[in-house]
Design a protein around this ligand. Structure first.
Ligand code: HEC
Length: 134
């Protein structure tokens, strides 16, 4: 796992570089392992996180508020009503292929829904959940 860290740091440094969902998951997993060496991504925890109701925003209490209860289907923005393509990479090949885009939206959406940044473990669990059944 230690050997992956420099690889992933390199990956995040090159913003435009394409990646696979597995590589992006591995990057967050390596980051989470720095805090907890026994950390393993959990699709189960990711599923709970995806629909959990947080209290930072009444309008958008959960990730599923905009992305929909089923991430393999399209969602709709809770404020603007604009359609949002499926978040699951199995249903939307563009998902989790651009590390800079992924970070940008994690930063924005976690800030709005949780009122704080998501941890690396929360991100890895969520991606593990979204990749489940592929
Ligand atoms: C207010 C509506 C809204 C909420 C709530 C929301 N999102 Fe999003 N999310 C968006 C929009 C809009 C985009 C960008 C448009 C697109 O990529 O389809 C996006 C994109 C993303 C992406 C980019 C993925 C990729 O590779 O394309 C991630 C990751 C993401 N959201 C995670 C989350 C997480 C985690 C939560 C809950 C903490 C969340 N979102 C809650 C609206 C929302």
């Amino acid at each position: 796992m230690k050997a992956l860290i420099p690889v992933m740091l390199g990956l995040f440094a090159v913003a435009a570089q394409a990646a696979t969902p597995n590589e992006i998951l591995a990057g967050y997993r390596a980051e989470a392992a720095k805090h907890n060496p026994r950390y393993q991504p959990s699709a189960e925890l990711g599923a709970q996180f995806y629909t959990r109701l947080f209290s930072a925003s009444a309008k958008m209490p959960s990730c599923s508020s905009c992305h929909g209860d089923d991430p393999s289907r399209s969602g709709s923005h809770v404020v603007t009503g604009k359609a949002i393509g499926p978040l699951a990479p199995g249903a939307n090949a563009e998902r989790f292929t651009d590390p800079a885009k992924v970070e940008k939206w994690f930063r924005r959406n976690c800030g709005e829904v949780l009122g704080r940044a998501c941890s690396a473990a929360e991100k890895a669990d969520l991606i593990a959940f979204l990749m489940r059944g592929r």
